[in-house]
Ligand binder design. Structure first.
Ligand SMILES: [Zn+2]
Length: 138
């Protein structure tokens, strides 16, 4: 299956329903592939509009490559959704002062049953990412 924007959108919806059903969708949330990058796997930000702000989740453009397992993409989407749930770049009430400090993302993901996915993702990145970049980056 071609990994296009529609595919990415469906993956985000699936993860949202499965692991974040209590997190309300309170604004427009867009997901897209960004540029192929070496370190940043994903990011979340607000769009430019100042009222009814949009949330934009960007996934590393390298992840269009079928060599990247789907669980890596799912892990990154879940990470960004955790930020959304915690009120970072989303209208939800901000739950913490910093988005990553004290392992709040990891803890949230574990509490939502994402520990296995997280483990698989980290393991794959650790063992394969540098090799992948040597073959495909630039
Ligand atoms: Zn993050």
């Amino acid at each position: 299956m071609q990994r296009d924007h529609q595919w990415l959108k469906v993956r985000l919806q699936t993860i949202w329903q499965k692991y974040f059903p209590d997190v309300q969708i309170v604004n427009n949330v867009f997901v897209k592939f960004g540029r192929p990058a070496t370190t940043r796997l994903g990011s979340i930000k607000y769009g430019r509009r100042k009222e009814n702000r949009n949330t934009i989740i960007t996934i590393n453009g390298h992840f269009k490559n079928p060599e990247i397992p789907e669980f890596v993409i799912d892990g990154v989407l879940a990470h960004e959704l955790t930020h959304y749930a915690h009120g970072f770049c989303s209208p939800h009430q901000q739950a913490f002062r910093h988005p990553h400090k004290n392992g709040v993302v990891k803890n949230e993901m574990i509490s939502r049953g994402l520990q296995d996915l997280l483990k698989l993702e980290k393991k794959w990145i650790k063992e394969n990412w540098v090799k992948f970049l040597k073959e495909y980056h630039g």
